[in-house]
Structures are given as C-alpha cells and as structure tokens.
Design a binder for this molecule. Structure first.
Ligand code: SAH
Ligand code: SF4
Length: 365
C-alpha cells in the first residue's frame, strides 16, 4: 500500500527514504517540492532522477484532502471547504491584512468538548484529522493563493501566520497536530516563525504541558468566564480542569513559550458573561498570569440560544480590563457573510458520539 508523504515530517521522510534505499538529502528535496512548491506529482520533481521518481510513484502518493468549495467574502476573507471522506468536510479560513495573512486551520472533524456557544461543538465529533489533512489546509491555501496572484508581489497574500482556531480542539489530536506544527516551522517546508503559529485550546491541562515540551508555539486559551460556576456551563471541560489548574498550566507554559504572555480569548455573550462584575472578576484572575485579552463578539448560528453583546457592553468591558493595565483587543468579525467567522465553521460532521460523556473524557485525555 502506498504511503501519503503529506503525513510525514522531516524526520519521518528521512526514515522513508532510508527504507527505499535513498540518502537523507532526498528527504530535504522532497520536503521542498511538496510543501514549498506545492508539487503533488512526482513526475514534476525535475531534480530527482527518473529512476527515483518511478520508485516513488509506486511506493508513495502526495494526497491532500480534496478541495470541494471556495468562497471569498466582501472583506477579502477566503474560505475553503475540503472533503475528508465518508461525507465529512472541514473548513479553512484565510484572513488577509495589510501586514500579514492568517490561516485558521481545523484539527478535527467536529469537536467532542461541546462548548455551548460553539457551532462546531454543537455538531458533535466524528474523528481526528490526519497530519495530511491538517497540513493539507496550509498546502492548499499556499498553492491557491500563489497561483491566483502569480507575478504579483506576494506580500499581503501569503500565509504568514497560522492559528489553530478552526474546527476542533487541537490538543485533543495531539500527535497529529504536533507533527503538522513541526512542518509549519520547518525551513524546508513552510518556515513559519514559532511566534506566528498559535495553538488555541479550551484548556486541556496535561496536553498543554506536553505541548510546552514538544513544540512550544504561541498559546491562546479560551477562557470565556471569570469563575468556575459559569465556565463549567460554557466550557464543560472546565469541570475536569478548573480555572485554578488552567492558570497554573498557563504559567508553566510561559516558561518555554516563544511569547511572554498567554492570549485569553473571551467570547462576549449578551447577559451571560459580559457584565461589569464579570470584568472586575476577570481582572483579579488575570493578575496571576502575564496575559493579553482578545474579546470575541459572539457569532450567531441557528438555534444557538445566545445573543452577541452590544457594542456598548463590549466597550465597557474592554475599558475595565484596559484600566487595570491589561492589553485588550476586540476581534474584528471577518468573513461573516460566508459563515467564516469564529465559531461559525460548520463543515460537515457526521456525529459518531452523540456527545456521550465517554467521548468527552477520551478527548480530554
Ligand atoms: N477548540 C479550540 C480552538 C477552536 S475554537 C478552542 O476552543 O480554543 C476558536 C475560538 O473561537 C475559541 O476561542 C472559541 O471559543 C471561539 N468560538 C467558538 N464559537 C464561537 C462563536 N459562536 N462566536 C465567537 N467565537 C466562538
Ligand atoms: Fe471544541 Fe473549541 Fe468549539 Fe469548544 S470552542 S466545542 S473546544 S472547537
């Protein structure tokens, strides 16, 4: 059976080359062809000998997820829908800004953690994405953007930043996500800076410690509530890893992190977590961890049961944090006309779990 070379990081490619009797430098060449140049056909790899190309084509494939849809929003935000087989689909979003281009990458088909305000969470969980399916999102984005703007300066149109903020909980798919992160950082592949790759987690404490050891990149933590009673409701994994443990894990993470702060994400839900009292409570919590805040206006989806906080409420909330000396940004809603805004990514998830508590516990391990 053929192996998919998109599943391999540099080390695994060296191993593969050894198995087929090739020197390690071939792995570097393959990495460049596949990831830097977006080549999926061995026949196009012009500096590999014909014999090697033939050998590769019988032992291996380069198979990204199938691209089944692409949309561009009025503000330039792009969204790609990729099929990952068996009726499942995932979404990837590209957000161009003047000085950077950010790709929002999915890590799972659905999510078992069932945060109540999240469209992905509502859909249940099907499976983890493979390395090829995770890195394949960056592969497609780079390839599509490069082809479309051929000949024009790459600035503003290339992926300079990756945020693992698409569908799924990245730390619940740890090994595959870390291998994909290794490829994002590898100079022969995508060569992104560690500071420009962000993992966003709802707070899987043991996996945060493992990430610190294996591949410390920038970290965003989905906080969303200033106390356990409320967070237990919004982010059910809090019942397993409550706020105090989460903040301790953040401090441990910072010892190895490429940035000297954690970004706390806080979705603004009207009448739920957006009062002045909540803001003051948050200020007290934040005193224990070097952090910045990113307030996210809630993005609605059908039957969510929540409403977005008013712009006024968001401003007042932000002002309390800022007056306490906490750097606070309000996330601009991008791409909402193509359902590409945070928490709106739905893809196509055939739920296998019916969100049983067993699935929740498995994902949390
Ligand atoms: N599972 C990870 C990463 C994916 S979600 C996590 O939870 O951090 C990325 C961000 O979008 C998280 O902060 C999440 O809480 C937020 N989000 C989820 N649903 C949302 C919605 N409907 N509106 C706004 N933000 C949402
Ligand atoms: Fe999963 Fe993140 Fe959505 Fe929670 S917010 S259900 S962890 S994707």
């Amino acid at each position: 059976m053929s192996v998919n070379l998109l599943d391999f990081d540099a080390k695994a490619l060296v191993g593969f080359c050894a198995e087929i009797g090739e020197k390690p430098f071939r792995a570097r060449q393959l990495l460049r062809w596949i990831h830097r140049l977006g080549e999926a056909d061995f026949a196009g790899m012009s500096d590999l000998a014909k014999g090697l190309r033939d050998k590769l084509s019988v032992t291996a494939v380069i198979e990204p997820p199938r691209l089944i849809g692409a949309h561009t929003a009025a503000d330039g935000t792009r969204k790609w829908l990729l099929s990952v087989g068996a009726g499942n689909g995932i979404e990837t979003v590209f957000i161009p800004e003047t000085s950077r281009g950010t790709l929002c990458v999915s890590s799972q088909v659905g999510c078992a953690l069932a945060c109540t305000f999240c469209s992905t969470g509502r859909q249940g969980f099907n499976r983890n994405l493979t390395v090829a399916e995770i890195i394949g999102q960056l592969w497609w984005a780079n390839k599509t953007l490069a082809e479309e703007f051929e000949g024009e300066p790459a600035r503003d149109r290339a992926v300079t930043n990756v945020v693992m903020m698409g569908m799924g909980e990245p730390l619940a798919n740890f090994e595959n996500v870390v291998t994909a992160l290794d490829l994002m950082l590898d100079d022969n592949a995508y060569g992104l800076s560690r500071r420009r790759v962000t993992v966003s987690t709802s707070g899987l404490v043991p996996a945060m410690d493992r990430l610190r050891e294996r591949c410390p990149v920038a970290l965003a933590v989905s906080l969303h509530a200033p106390n356990d009673a409320l967070r237990d409701q919004l982010v059910p994994i809090n019942r397993k890893y409550p706020i105090k443990e989460l903040l301790a894990a953040c401090n441990r993470y910072l010892q190895a992190a490429p940035r000297d702060f954690i970004t706390f994400e806080y979705v603004m839900l009207d009448g739920v977590n957006d009062s002045m009292a909540h803001a003051h409570e948050l200020v007290k919590l934040a005193a224990d961890v070097p952090c910045k805040f990113n307030l996210i206006p809630f993005n609605a989806f059908p039957d969510s049961g929540y409403k977005r906080s008013s712009p006024d409420a968001v401003c007042r909330f932000r002002d309390v944090l800022m007056r306490a000396g906490l750097v606070t940004t309000v996330r601009k809603t991008r791409g909402d006309d193509i359902d590409a805004a945070c928490g709106q990514l739905a893809g196509k998830v055939l739920d296998k779990t019916r969100r049983t508590s067993r699935a929740l516990m498995n994902a949390a391990r």
